[in-house]
Design a protein around this ligand. Structure first.
Ligand code: ATP
Ligand code: MG
Length: 180
């Protein structure tokens, strides 16, 4: 399983539809300061379920919607899709390609899709938790988080390794069943 493509429209600095193709192995994104490199990783984080505007480097969630520039007026919808190659069946899905989409309207309304079919946010989160790709699963490691790993206490480090090893999904299911 690997990230095959990212499709972005109206998200942060990407006003017009943009498709970024990835391949197996290492990909680097290079470009001048302010050209949108971090916005690409913010887009991935966003689809993976990020709920904190601050972690997306904004003050409120609406800040992910393209706010306009000198040459373009603002838009009212941000949409990002991650296309995952699942030829190897790693994800718990019958499909060999899985697209995950998140959409936000300026009115505050959100929509989520799996393979272009409307679903709940929870459906995406559950699919990702099962595969170890969830937002707390260290599949994304941000600037500053490396230092956090090195400087944290042994107990905190253990929690990180547990999360990364996939124990997290059992913990979150346990918490859920305890709530019921
Ligand atoms: P650096 O090399 O400095 O890290 P970068 O390539 O990572 O730069 P980003 O942080 O991804 O750059 O992009 C910053 C740009 O995105 C800024 O010009 C900012 O104005 C623009 N931007 C962020 N959010 C929005 C938005 N909602 N609407 C329009 N532009 C936005
Ligand atoms: Mg950056």
């Amino acid at each position: 399983m690997y990230l095959k493509r990212l499709e972005v429209t109206g998200f942060k600095s990407f006003a017009a539809p943009l498709e970024v193709d990835f391949h197996k192995g290492v990909t680097s994104i290079v470009g001048p300061n302010g050209s949108g490199k971090s916005n690409v990783s913010d887009g991935i984080r966003w689809v993976l379920g990020e709920q904190s505007a601050k972690k997306l480097r904004g003050a409120k969630m609406e800040d992910v919607i393209f706010a306009g520039s000198d040459s373009r007026k603002k838009v009212n919808i941000a949409e990002v899709s991650l296309i995952l190659d699942n030829e190897d069946g790693y994800m718990a899905s019958e499909y060999s390609e899985i697209s995950l989409t998140r959409r936000l309207y300026r009115t505050g309304e959100s929509e989520y899709f799996i393979n272009r079919k409307a679903c709940r946010r929870k459906d995406i989160v559950d699919l990702l938790i099962d595969s170890g790709l969830g937002k707390e699963a260290y599949s994304m490691i941000g600037q500053g988080e490396v230092e956090q790993v090195l400087s944290s206490k042994p107990e905190d480090r253990r929690a990180m390794f547990e999360d990364a090893a996939g124990v997290l999904k059992y913990k979150s299911r346990k918490q859920e069943s305890e709530k019921k």
